[in-house]
Design a protein around this ligand. Structure first.
Ligand code: NAD
Ligand code: WQD
Length: 349
C-alpha cells in the first residue's frame, strides 16, 4: 500500500483528500501544526473512513520534526498542502507568509532528498496568473506573474523553487525529483456526510463559507463586492470546483507521478472550466436552503478580477481529470456541513 504524507492534511482541502485516499487504497500520514485547523478534523477523517493513520502535530518548517516523520514512516510521495492562505492578511504580514510558506517548502524538499522521496504534489493556485488575454486561464499561454499580494507571490516563488530543484542535480542520485503543481481555482463544498467541511477562523474571506454562515444566522448579510463589473450580471465570475473533485484530482496527480521515471515538473489547472457569477452562487445557495440570502451591494474589493475560469484541457489530457460535481452539488454540500455544524468544529466539543 502506498503511503502518502499530507502536509497541512488537517485543513480544508487536505482533510478531504485524506478521506478520498484512505477510501481508495492508500495509507496516509498527516503532518499539521493546527495553525488553521482543528484536531477534530483529524478525528472526523478517522470517523468517516473508519481507517487509522498517523497524525503528527508539527511544523513543516522544522526539519527535525520532519526527519522524525520520515524516519518513522516509509513515505512514497508527498502532497504539500501546508501553508498560510489568507490574501488580506498576507498584505499586512508579508514576512509571516514568506517565512511560513517558503521555509516549509524548502525544509520539506531537503528532508525528502535525505530520504530519497522523489514525488510531490504541490498546492498552487489560480492566483499566480496575471490577467489572461483570453477568457480562459491556460497553463502555457497565460502569464504567471508576481501577485498583488504576498500570499500569491509565495505560490509563484514556491513553483520556482520546485521547478529549479527538478532541474538541478540534488535529486539525481535518487532518480530525479518529480513535481506536479496543481493550480486550484475556487474550492467549494464538503464531504457528503456533512461531518467535515471548511472551517474558517473568524470572519470568512471566501464567498461560500460567508454565505453558509449567513444562512445559519451567524452573520446578518453578505456583502457583494461590486455589481458594476463588465460581466453579464455585473458581479465577478469564478470557477468553483467541488472539494471531492479536487481530492480526485490529487489522487490522479499522484498516480501520474508514480508512472514517471526521471526528473519532471508540470503545472496543471484544477477547475471545472465553467464560470459562475456571485449572483449565480447566491441563487444556487438559495435553492439549496429554500431561503433567501440577504445581501447588500458594497464597493469592489481591491485586487478582484472580473473573471477567472480554468482552461481544463491539460488536466483532462494528462491526468484524465474531469469534474463530476456541479455548482449546485457544491452549495448543497457546503450548506449541509454548516447546518449540521453551525459553529464548525467548535460544535463537536
Ligand atoms: P487550510 O488553511 O484549511 O489548510 C492548510 C493547513 O496547513 C492548515 O491545516 C494549517 O494548520 C496547516 N499549516 C499551515 N502552515 C503550516 C506549517 N508551517 N506546518 C504545518 N502545518 C501548517 O487551507 P486549504 O484551503 O485546505 O488550502 C490548502 C493549500 O491549498 C494551501 O497551500 C493553500 O494556499 C492552497 N490553496 C487553497 C485555495 C483555497 O481557496 N482554499 C486555493 C488555491 C490554493
Ligand atoms: C469569490 C467571489 C468576490 C466574499 C480567493 C483567493 C485565491 C484562492 C481562492 C487561494 C469574488 C466575491 C467574496 C464576500 C463577495 N485562494 N465575494 N463577498 O477572491 O476568487 O479567490 O480564494 O489560493 O488566491 O484570492 O475567492 O471566495 O474570496 O471570492 O462578493 O464576502 O466572491 O468579490 O468575486 P477569490 P473569494
Amino acid at each position: 500500500m502506498q503511503k502518502i504524507l499530507l502536509t497541512g492534511g488537517a485543513g480544508y482541502i487536505g482533510s478531504h483528500t485524506a478521506i478520498y485516499l484512505l477510501e481508495h487504497g492508500y495509507d496516509v500520514v498527516i503532518v499539521d501544526n493546527l495553525s488553521n485547523a482543528s484536531r477534530k478534523a483529524v478525528d472526523a477523517i478517522k470517523n468517516i473512513t473508519r481507517k487509522s493513520f498517523k497524525f503528527y502535530r508539527a511544523d513543516v518548517r522544522y526539519k527535525t520534526a520532519l526527519y522524525k516523520v520520515f524516519r518513522e514512516n516509509k513515505i512514497d510521495a508527498v502532497v504539500h498542502f501546508a501553508g498560510l492562505k489568507a490574501v488580506g492578511e498576507s498584505v499586512d504580514k508579508p514576512l509571516m507568509y514568506y517565512d511560513n510558506n517558503l521555509k516549509s517548502t524548502v525544509a520539506l524538499l531537503n528532508v525528502m532528498k535525505a530520504y530519497n522521496v522523489t514525488r510531490v504534489v504541490f498546492s498552487s493556485s489560480a492566483t499566480i496568473y496575471a490577467d489572461p488575454d483570453s477568457r480562459l486561464y491556460n497553463e502555457k499561454t497565460t502569464k504567471v506573474a508576481r501577485a498583488t499580494n504576498a500570499y500569491g507571490t509565495t505560490k509563484v516563488m514556491q513553483e520556482y523553487i520546485l521547478e529549479d530543484t527538478v532541474n538541478g542535480a540534488e535529486f539525481s542520485d535518487a532518480g530525479g525529483l518529480k513535481v506536479m503543481s496543481l493550480r486550484y481555482f475556487n474550492p467549494i463544498g464538503a464531504h457528503e456526510s456533512g461531518d467535515i467541511g471548511e472551517n474558517p477562523n473568524g470572519i470568512p474571506n471566501n464567498l461560500a463559507p460567508y454565505i453558509t454562515q449567513v444562512l445559519v444566522g451567524r452573520r446578518e448579510y453578505l456583502s457583494v463586492f461590486g455589481d458594476d463589473y463588465d460581466t453579464p450580471d455585473g458581479t465577478c465570475i469564478r470557477d468553483y470546483i467541488h472539494i471531492t473533485d479536487l481530492a480526485i484530482g490529487h489522487t490522479l496527480a499522484l498516480k501520474y507521478l508514480f508512472s514517471l521515471t526521471g526528473a519532471h515538473f508540470d503545472a496543471i489547472n484544477l477547475g471545472s472550466g465553467k464560470g459562475s457569477s456571485v449572483f449565480e452562487v447566491i441563487k444556487s445557495f438559495e435553492k439549496a436552503a429554500g431561503a433567501e440570502v440577504p445581501y447588500k451591494i458594497t464597493g469592489r474589493r481591491a485586487g478582484d478580477l472580473p473573471e477567472t475560469v480554468a482552461d481544463v484541457q491539460k488536466a483532462k489530457n494528462i491526468l484524465g481529470f474531469v469534474t463530476t460535481h456541479t455548482l449546485d452539488d457544491g452549495t448543497l454540500d457546503s450548506l449541509n456541513w454548516q447546518q449540521k455544524h453551525p459553529n464548525g468544529f467548535e460544535e463537536l466539543d
